[in-house]
Design a protein around this ligand. Structure first.
Ligand code: HEM
Length: 219
């Protein structure tokens, strides 16, 4: 029997803006960062380093806005980890998905992340991104001088800062590949990506979901 579908508003305007700008900046930082690392040559070392520094300030600015937005809107609650149905979700991605089974959890406007996404995205926000950004800031400040001509950071060997930063960058690239694959596992291969572009996702009518009020509240 053909199911009736309806649209649910999942991703708010700022969230979509932040998601795509952050994704673009991280990819650009990877491109320029791995050139600085010596992996390939596109812009030339000097330009790559300059672009990398500029983009890193943009990412820091964006993340400050995103933290503010998550705290003031209460959206941070979507990332509270839960073990409820976590096992079912993992088993689904390992096996059920290849047998055409239904998703064990349903997305709603009020609970937009499944238990596995909650844990993975929380780790991304609280571990992976901070490792890369904090080591990046230490890298930026390494042996730069403040107004009193005092060297800001020199106690840590540059090699260990570079190690953590490169590790963060490699893990971010692994995250990116897995994340892009996972986005294709929604109702249709493109439904999750469309939701992150338009804000709306099509759900079946019998799904228990709480519709987020009207569009005027969507900001
Ligand atoms: C706010 C975030 C970031 C800051 C402040 C930052 C800063 C830096 C700095 C200062 C360098 C040394 C090159 C130079 O002197 O210009 C560097 C290198 C590098 N960055 Fe970043 N970066 C950030 C984010 C990222 C991201 C998101 C990636 C990749 C996904 C990345 C990948 C790399 C790589 C691979 C290197 C070369 C490391 C080496 O071989 O020593 N960076 N970064």
């Amino acid at each position: 029997m053909q199911q009736n579908m309806h649209k649910v508003y999942i991703y708010k305007r700022f969230e979509r803006f932040w998601h795509w700008v952050q994704a673009s900046l991280i990819m650009f930082l990877a491109l320029t960062g791995f050139e600085v690392h010596g992996t390939f040559k596109i812009f030339g070392f000097e330009k790559a380093a300059e672009f990398h520094r500029t983009a890193s300030w943009m990412l820091i600015g964006l993340i400050i806005f995103a933290i503010f937005w998550h705290l003031t809107t209460g959206e941070w609650r979507h990332y509270i980890p839960t073990t409820k149905q976590l096992k079912e979700q993992v088993i689904y991605y390992i096996s059920g998905i290849f047998k055409g089974e239904h998703h064990p959890t349903e997305r709603t406007g009020l609970s937009k992340l499944n238990p596995l996404q909650r844990i993975v995205y929380l780790g991304f926000k609280l571990i992976l991104v901070p490792i890369t950004i904090i080591s990046g800031i230490l890298y930026l400040l390494y042996k730069t001088f403040d107004q009193n001509n005092i060297i800001i950071i020199e106690d840590y060997p540059l090699a260990s800062i570079a190690f953590w930063h490169t590790l963060g960058a490699i893990l971010l690239m692994i995250f990116l590949v897995v994340h892009v694959y996972m986005t294709t596992t929604g109702k249709t291969p493109t439904s999750n990506i469309k939701a992150m572009i338009t804000g709306y996702e099509e759900l079946e009518d019998d799904q228990e979901e709480v519709k987020v009020e009207n569009d005027s509240k969507h900001n």
